[in-house]
Design a protein around this ligand. Structure first.
Ligand SMILES: [Zn+2]
Ligand SMILES: [Zn+2]
Length: 269
């Protein structure tokens, strides 16, 4: 029986194979790593046995979905609820019956959009279950490990998903690294959902921007300027990073600018 194996380190699910894939290109890349015990694989069925998803309100119209205990990179996805349909921002590897029921009760999913390849996870499972297209930036196309007709590769700098929801390509961490702007978020002041394209740090007044987080490889000043310029036209007061407690508010836009200035002062002579 063919199986869509899941890499235990990055959580990305691969196209169906009879045997486990030889390696994970996403973890072989210098932005990720192979653990000390070598490349390891699991399956969705095994995850359904050993893990569960916590589904919790984050803000009005915004619900977090994250796997417990933490699996792979440990991100939590966000479901943005809008009058014209819900968008799942970023994705996780575990999808099970309780999660499907909970997401259906919240109105289902009209579209899935993902910040970058580290969070591609089991996106095709989610897409097929909720009959939702997956929006990925075309520049990251080589990193798709389970191709599917449901994947829409968007190009250029911005993509409107539905009314009030815009994807913004920032680049940096990956060429296609994107963020999601939610105009109605933060009670109409605007919210930015960033994954780790813009990473919220321990001091919640700041964010950072890295080529690799686990291997601590910084970005050049030119890339940081480009990220700041990409989000500049969009108003946002709250910034939601890719993990449960990684939130900057209020005045998140000033935090992005302040963080970029601090970073560039350290890397430029
Ligand atoms: Zn991997
Ligand atoms: Zn990443």
């Amino acid at each position: 029986m063919d199986e869509c194996f899941i890499c235990k380190t990055c959580g990305v699910q691969f196209a169906a194979t009879t045997q486990t894939p030889e390696h994970c290109p996403i973890c072989d890349d210098e932005r990720q790593y192979i653990g000390p015990n070598g490349q390891q694989w699991t399956t969705l069925a095994a995850l359904q046995t050993d893990y569960y998803n916590a589904i919790k309100p984050v803000a009005p119209g915004l619900t977090g979905i994250g796997t417990h205990p933490s699996f792979a990179i440990g991100q939590r996805a966000l479901l943005v609820q809008t009058p014209t349909g819900n968008v799942l921002w970023d994705c996780i590897s575990l999808l099970d019956a309780p999660t499907i029921a909970a997401v259906r009760a919240l109105g289902g999913i009209a579209a899935i959009a993902i910040s970058h390849p580290h969070f591609y996870s089991a996106m095709v499972e989610w897409s097929h279950t909720f009959d939702a297209p997956i929006y990925l930036h075309a520049d990251d196309r080589p990193w798709v490990m389970r191709p599917d007709p449901a994947i829409v590769f968007w190009e250029g700098e911005t993509q409107t998903l539905i009314d009030g929801i815009t994807l913004i390509r920032c680049g940096g961490h990956f060429a296609g690294s994107a963020v999601l702007h939610w105009a109605a978020g933060a009670e109409g002041r605007g919210a930015l959902l960033t994954g780790d394209t813009i990473q919220v740090v321990a001091d919640r007044r700041y964010v950072t921007f890295m080529y690799s987080y686990p291997n601590v490889i910084p970005l050049p000043a030119s890339a940081i300027r480009r990220i700041v310029a990409a989000v500049e036209p969009f108003p946002f007061d709250t910034l939601y990073g890719g993990w449960w407690d990684r939130i900057v508010a209020p005045d998140a836009k000033a935090a992005v600018t302040r963080s970029a200035e601090r970073y560039m002062a350290m890397i430029e002579e």
